[in-house]
Write a protein of this length. Sequence first.
Length: 394
Amino acid sequence: MYISKLVLENWRNFRSVEASLNPRVFIVGPNASGKSNLLDVFRFLRDLATTGGGLQQAVNKNRGGVSKIRCLSARTQSDIKIEVHLSNDLTHQVEWKYEIGFSQTGGGIVDARAKLKYERVHDKHGKLLCNRPNDDRKNGNSIDEKLLEYTWLEQPNANAAFREVAEFFEGIQYLHVVPQLMRDSKSFTHLSNTADFYGRNLIERINRANKKTQSSFLKRIEKALKLAVPQFSQLELVKDEDGIPHLQARYKHWRAVDAKQLENQFSDGTLRLIGFLWAMQDGNKPLLLEEPELSLHSAIVTELADIIHRLQTKKGGIKRQVILTTNSFDLLSNKGISPEEVLMLLPSDEGTVVKNPADDEEILALLKGGMSIAEAVVPKTAPKSIHQFSLQFD
């Protein structure tokens, strides 16, 4: 299952968005256009459904409150709205539709809280399985306003009819390896249980995998690293005297015995590549990638789109969805990327506009003329006066 459509109102940079999504999505746009904020929509849905999470955790503790999420271009209609469609195949036939709208209550001397305006879930037949706040009324009585501070998505006793949706959201993964954290073994104790892959928690995730899966995944990564990293020969998981897991690599050199290195000696590119290759194999729910090309040689970057395609598909269907942000010309030069797989973020005075290149006749003409997505799209997303940038330092 994958997210086939996204509709937003007043989410961060975006006053209004309606976009179709494919199993592979490349988000492209200038700096500060909202690439990370668009990914954060999916992390927000995960935070709603995660055990120990929920609406207040997702809004107030994780994102600083409604006022920090609401689009600055919001006018009279200031509620934040999210709608996603879930599908099983490329026909985009809707299996589930989840909608949520919320605003803020309280403030001043009273703690501000997120408050539901509505929460709705439709199944593939269009049947409404959740319709709040109407469903909160009991025996014709008025609604208990306190109930609107919680979603049914976060409550196992309330989401039985659509638990598949909750479990799907809860399984969403985000990867943005920070090499400095991965090298710092002291970060192990406070990062190993976080939901997102930043560093040590990636190693702990590898450590928690059952031995057969762990060995299989590491062997595939090892084979890839032998092609990408000079003198590399072996990758394994080891533990130090305190029981903390580490990645250990062996490198061939002029001595008879291979040299050994732990992750604190790996290059940034090696750490990021290991994180990318592990995450691509680990799980079947959507994977969110933040600029996976960072620190990698351009020859490797040009292969990333093909790796994603190979690892996300299976016989008879889609193994998992991958949504990534990038501005890499090398990554987008891959001829296998179609315009339907790309979302362009275009800043405006009324917030960032999300546009699909397949709806742009000029871009389609360039693609038909033999250009790659990189050649046709990247110039479209560049700041308009960037050619004057260096002149400011005369």
